[in-house]
Design a protein around this ligand. Structure first.
Ligand code: NAD
Ligand SMILES: O=C(O)C(=O)C[C@@H](O)[C@H](O)[C@H](O)COP(=O)(O)O
Ligand code: ZN
Length: 378
């Protein structure tokens, strides 16, 4: 088992990464916190597969538990589902020191994490990440929240978990499309500041997908990268914004698609957004075209989309995308901030990007001939 430490002073915690960790969940919890009662929050898909083993693991450690099950998908990151979850935590008389176990992908992690942050002004949170995306990104770092019609993750809190478990064995049941989407966030770490990792991914991507040792290594390196950035800048006052590479465009596309999973899911938005951020960097004179082409080639080889025109039913307008971009949380004094790139592994924070240059770029991209549809296998 490997363990990555997230160093945040009194809010420090470990991220455990290995196959077959779930049977020992209760023991790992009991070793780190006063664990008497817990609420397992999960979605219907993950619950069907892993609720029973998690329940057994908690019972082995003499932790009583209740369960709260939500519908799978982005729509559960809503005020309505949040209210339901919080009310169920209260109805079950869970106390502030009791534990919320977020069992699932990023949707469950963000929703349950936010419920834990606000219920009784902060319960204890354990993330049991079951999607690739959750294992390499969303379960680590304490961003929690929900979406609103105005945009993605616009209501939330920074609230760190006390323990994160990434049981890599559960990825065997993850649908391929979800695995590909999670891979976009893995590639992101290479593109931000680790050209060697990106080159390693170019070499090893087939093995990461087929579940060989390279998969575990990709997950560990990703978690270590995220832990380093979060430890340096917990509340995104500076360098943490780099983790948003691809997200300004990606979130706008998710919102413009009304979070409809038949059109786009988060990791696909990030893939398109990262490819766009590199093309925009070329247009702005920061980046060589060869680097942007290399990014597109790698994402496409992983079966990910790289152009918004390949989103089913695309037909976006520049103005609707600009409206969503204006809601981005990196906007400061009304000015747009983008994460751009000078080359592979050389992302940087570009403040005060002129809106007209973004508009012109979006208009060009929308006029481009539709890209081939991405791989859509379930
Ligand atoms: N908080 C953060 O730092 C952070 C980081 C990245 C993304 N996010 C958020 O995470 C969300 C996306 O997360 P996601 O990609 O995990 O999506 P998700 O939570 O919707 O999970 C993807 C799908 O896979 C299913 N699933 C999950 N694990 C499974 C398993 N082991 N076996 C079978 N099915 C499984 C789920 O039921 C769901 O249908 C977005 O809302 C995004 O905004 C947050
Ligand atoms: O942890 C971070 O910081 C990230 O930006 C990670 C992103 O992958 C993630 O999608 C995050 O939820 C986006 O944050 P937001 O602040 O742009 O909503
Ligand atoms: Zn993301």
């Amino acid at each position: 088992m490997s363990s990555v430490h997230v160093e945040l002073g009194e809010r420090s915690y470990d991220v455990l990464v290995a196959a077959n960790l779930i049977p020992n969940l209760g023991r790992h919890m009991a070793a780190r916190m006063d664990a008497r009662r817990a609420a397992i929050i999960t979605d219907e898909n993950v619950g069907r597969l892993y609720l029973e083993p998690v329940r057994r693991a908690l019972s082995d450690a003499e932790i009583d538990c209740v369960e709260i099950i939500v519908a799978p998908g982005e729509a559960s990151k809503s005020f309505a589902t949040l209210e339901r979850v919080v009310r169920e935590l209260l109805a079950a008389r869970l106390e502030r020191s009791d534990i919320v176990v977020a069992l699932g992908g990023g949707v469950v992690g963000d929703l349950a994490g936010f419920a834990a942050a606000i219920t009784r002004r902060g319960m204890t949170l354990v993330q049991v990440a079951t999607s690739l995306l959750a294992q390499v990104d969303s379960s680590v770092g304490g961003k929690t929240g929900i979406n609103t019609p105005e945009g993605k993750n616009l209501v939330g809190a920074f609230f760190q978990p006390r323990l994160v478990l990434a049981d890599t064995g559960v990825l065997d049941t993850l649908p391929p499309r979800e695995f590909r989407a999670g891979y976009a966030e893995v590639a992101k770490y290479g593109l931000i500041d680790d050209a060697d990792f990106f080159a390693w991914l170019e070499e090893n991507q087939p093995d990461v997908f087929s579940g060989k040792d390279a998969r575990g290594e990709a997950i560990r390196r990703s978690v270590a990268a995220k832990a380093r950035v979060v430890a340096a800048d917990e509340r995104e006052a500076g360098v943490r914004a780099l983790l948003n590479l691809g997200h300004t465009f990606g979130h706008a596309l998710e919102a413009a698609c009304n979070y409809d999973a038949s059109r786009i899911i988060h990791g696909e938005g990030v893939a398109i957004g990262m490819a766009m951020a590199h093309r925009f960097s070329v247009q702005q004179g920061f980046c060589a075209p060869e680097a942007a082409e290399r990014v597109e080639r790698h994402l496409a080889a992983a079966g990910l989309p790289t152009h918004m025109n390949s989103i089913p039913g695309s037909g976006f307008s520049t103005s609707e995308l600009m409206d969503h971009i204006a809601q981005d949380k990196k906007v400061k004094a009304g000015r747009l901030t983008f994460i751009l790139s000078r080359g592979i592994g050389q992302a940087f924070i570009a403040e005060d990007i002129a809106p007209h240059s973004v508009e012109a770029f979006l208009t060009d991209e929308l006029a481009a001939k539709p890209a081939p549809a991405p791989q859509t296998g379930e």
